[in-house]
Design a protein around this ligand. Sequence first.
Ligand SMILES: Cc1cc2nc3c(=O)[nH]c(=O)nc-3n(C[C@H](O)[C@H](O)[C@H](O)COP(=O)(O)OP(=O)(O)OC[C@H]3O[C@@H](n4cnc5c(N)ncnc54)[C@H](O)[C@@H]3O)c2cc1C
Length: 395
Amino acid sequence: MDFKLSAEESRFAEGVRAFLDQQAQHPDAAEFMAPDRDAHSQLANSPERRAFCKRMGAQGYLGMSWPEAYGGQDIPGIFEYLLNEELALRGAPLIGKGVGCIGKTIIRHGSEDMKQRFLPLILDAEVEFALGYSEPGSGSDLASLKLKAEKDGDGWVLNGQKVWTTSANFAEWYWVAARTDPDAPKHKGISVFLIPMDHPGLTVRPIETMGHHWTNEVFFDNVRIGPEALVGELNKGWTYVCEALDFERFTFYTINPLLQKFERALDALRTTTRNGVPLADDIGVKRQVGRLGAEVETAKMLQRRVVDAAAKGQVPAVEAAMYKVFATRLGQVLTDFVLDHLGPAGLLRSDAEGAVDNGVWEHFYQTTPLDTIGGGTSEVQKNIIARRGLGLPLK
Ligand SMILES: Cc1cc2nc3c(=O)[nH]c(=O)nc-3n(C[C@H](O)[C@H](O)[C@H](O)COP(=O)(O)OP(=O)(O)OC[C@H]3O[C@@H](n4cnc5c(N)ncnc54)[C@H](O)[C@@H]3O)c2cc1C
């Protein structure tokens, strides 16, 4: 089995590293590149972050896998994955839902007007989107969503609620799944709409979660939209939502943050002493680290299988589920292990006097559980493995 990058892929990754080295010299670099904040730095908004995304656009890094006819370069998705790995390593914003699920769905199914309107904005990093799928009572079982979209002249009127919408507090546009046919089987009565976030009748209410992560509830109170807001065909929304997940599955799950955490854990063990002896000299610690090292290597292999399947044009649903459930759990186990050994000072936040390693382990402790929920919980991933991977019955 050969998981090595091709010469072209290696050259591309080197080019990205050179671009990021240059960006690291920018006077605002600390605002858009912060490895300590790991993947959750995507979720923040700031003028510096947006300016950085625009520089990525100018460099040709946005929409690389799109067709040339729409401003892309028609190159395989693996290059977007490689870009995201390098961005993740520096704690910079990853190329996200605009280029990924939204841009690609508009290209495949959107009207010509929608393409002309949104695709150039995405390529220039001029627009932020929020994804409105989850609702109270409809998360894992997303197809049961209830947000009502009723016909109103040639448009629709929307009433109901979404929850956990990341970026709704700063995005300009809302990509929303709503029920347009309550009488159809649940997967067949859903449509997707694109609505301005400041549309009358929409109310965004922030929710602060663990690790200073902000997400939102969004309420729809007689939100009237015209026919131009419909993405693709009426009642085909479920197909678009699933297709977009398939596009994204392997660019989402970068391995570099986990590898970086492991290196950081080794540094912490070498530099922290107990009774005057470095933790790394303790035989019990070494045994635990040995096991963790083997598990990190396993995560790496599981992730390579996702990339390999995707590069061959397959949909790596089972591979991605295996990688996600294993790697996100390992992120938690690794964090618990380091905190157990750092003692009370490891629990101090970055702004507290005496915080170890700038408080990152306390931060990881709060943020790693989020990875086991977003994009489908660990239980849902296990169901995918059992059913689709191992052929066990759906029950
Ligand atoms: C950081 C973060 C960002 C997010 N961003 C967004 C966003 O931008 N837009 C959006 O729409 N949503 C977003 N979500 C929501 C996320 O997709 C849902 O939280 C997730 O799908 C789980 O749904 P739920 O919270 O309703 O939990 P539920 O589906 O109610 O699950 C509750 C518990 O039951 C378990 N469970 C459910 N069904 C089964 C089953 N069949 N078998 C076994 N166990 C089961 C789950 O694993 C979980 O432990 C985000 C979540 C997080 C953590």
